[in-house]
Design a protein around this ligand. Structure first.
Ligand code: FAD
Length: 285
């Protein structure tokens, strides 16, 4: 099913993310995690492409398993800045073969050595190309606090509008820990004419090392309430996990209460985290 049709129903939806393994011998453990998450029957499951410690090699395979074996709608991520046009079209061809109908079209991070391929500079170019050649539902990334490379939020929102004009059907946000940032972002993007559904990306932080990585990679703002949780429970793994899941669940409840119906959980191959969030929302969803 196309995600735009799922979102068009206007009902609350919860979706989860998995990332593929780095090496083939880890494929089974990722598949097992995906199977457990799929049992919850989320609205869809996304599979990253070369992010979160995984590689791009198994993205289509995992997405295909999610669809064929577990009957959950998959969303395959695809990045372009480090790929040739030929490689991108090979992946699009594989998606077609496996009847995967949804793609999250991304630029990808610029590698540390700055070396990129020359076929694509920005995600909007990839989106335009997919829209012209494929019958896919296309998603894109957006950044409520502004992308790390952008000069300011206004410029970043104008570039987001370019992606929507290029043909994307929905956007998923970078994680945020203060819902007011999302509400302000929604106001600003709607004002600039971005009318596609915005899916709120929520990261349950379950260990204190994750916080360091988040700050280093995305510069996400950490509100005092969140810092207090990490300060108080960070050295007790079980307590940190419980508190991190509770914090994410509270964020989700507040979003739903305020009419933000589409929620994507960065579940990071952790079925127990997905299950605990799902259980806490069973009568709400
Ligand atoms: P773009 O939309 O191209 O934007 C990149 C930067 O360029 C921004 O600062 C933007 O403002 C600027 N820009 C855009 N157009 C122009 C223009 N015409 N002129 C000047 N500047 C411009 N990474 C992975 O490697 N694999 C994944 O699976 C993955 N999944 C993700 C999922 C989500 C929901 C999110 C939020 C991010 C994900 N990422 C993933 C990370 C993403 O690849 C990086 O954040 C990357 O740096 C930007 O990708 P983008 O598609 O947002 O780029």
């Amino acid at each position: 099913m196309k995600i735009r049709d799922i979102l068009a129903k206007g009902e609350p939806t919860l979706s989860f993310e998995v990332f593929p393994p780095k090496t083939e011998d880890k494929f089974d453990s990722v598949d097992k995690a995906a199977a457990q998450i799929a049992k919850l029957k989320p609205a869809f499951m996304s599979v990253t492409y070369g992010a979160g410690g995984g590689t791009s090699k198994y993205t289509v395979d995992i997405a295909a398993q999610i669809k064929e074996r577990y009957q959950v709608t998959p969303l395959a991520h695809l990045t372009c800045v480090s790929s040739s046009r030929e490689k991108v079209h090979q992946v699009l061809e594989q998606l077609k073969e496996k009847k995967i109908e949804n793609v999250l079209a991304l630029r990808g991070d610029i590698p540390a050595d700055g070396k990129v391929e020359k076929d694509y500079r920005y995600a909007a170019e990839l989106i335009r190309e997919i829209k012209q050649t494929e019958d896919l539902c296309i998603g894109a990334a957006c950044y409520p606090e502004g992308h790390v490379e952008s000069k300011n939020k206004t410029e970043d929102i104008l570039h987001l509008k370019e992606k929507v004009d290029a043909g994307c059907d929905f956007v998923t946000t970078q994680m945020f820990f203060d819902n007011n940032i999302l509400y302000n972002f929604l106001y600003r993007v709607r004002e600039k004419g971005v009318t596609v559904p915005v899916i709120a990306g929520i990261m349950p932080v379950t260990n204190k090392n994750q916080v360091k990585t988040i700050c280093r990679m995305s510069g996400t703002y950490l509100p005092a309430q969140f810092k207090a949780v990490v300060d108080r429970f960070g050295d007790d793994p079980k307590a940190m996990k419980q508190a991190g899941i509770a914090y994410a669940t509270e964020q989700i409840i507040d979003l739903l209460a305020n009419g933000v119906n589409a929620i994507h959980v960065y579940s990071m191959n952790k079925p127990d985290v997905a299950e605990r969030i799902w259980d806490s929302l069973s009568d709400i969803l």
